[in-house]
Design a protein around this ligand. Sequence first.
Ligand code: CA
Length: 226
Amino acid sequence: MADVLIIEDDATIRTALVRSLSARAHSTMTAPNALEGLQSLVDHPPDVVLLDLGLPDLDGAALLAMIRAVSDVPVIVISARDDGAGIVSVLDAGADDYLVKPFAADQLEARIRAVLRRSDHGRPAGPLVVGGLAVDVRARTATLDGTPLELSPKEFDLLAYLAERSGEVVAKRELLAKVWNQPYGGADKTVDVHLHWLRRKLGETAEEPVYLHRVRGVGVKLVPPS
Ligand code: CA
């Protein structure tokens, strides 16, 4: 059971979401536009946000950036269409997951449970240390040799996932399923692109790895420098 903030301008969809979430024992708050949504989020911090991409007053990615400036709350984006570019930009802006309308109530429930699980549970108390790399999952900060790393939310999630499994080879399919919550594949360049950015921030390349080692045909592993 969670406090869910629904930011959606379509009253019919809003009502349907409230009904289906209430039936699953969630409590709901609603906002019909971006600015009221942001205000509600600040006044009554929810456990999870459902964010419609097509709002009258603000572009979804812009609103997400404003949300991320004040909150780490899990955000599930709801897109009216199969808007590939729009979805990629909101995922990069820090959305945790997305659903394309129309979707089944069970599907939404599964996504909510997944983002809550990732945000609340199974987190180690201290930072994860791999060589000179320290990843504090609770504070969502990472340092390399004591210097803070500037990571996007997804780069951080990726690094944290690998750091929790340091020394293990992790398949790209697993990263896509667990970090991006896309168990059935989809945008398979996503992982490569984020690994590329992460390597740059760690000051290394795929050809001359230090921490992030590619295991050809299998996946990637994070290890201390040899
Ligand atoms: Ca809309």
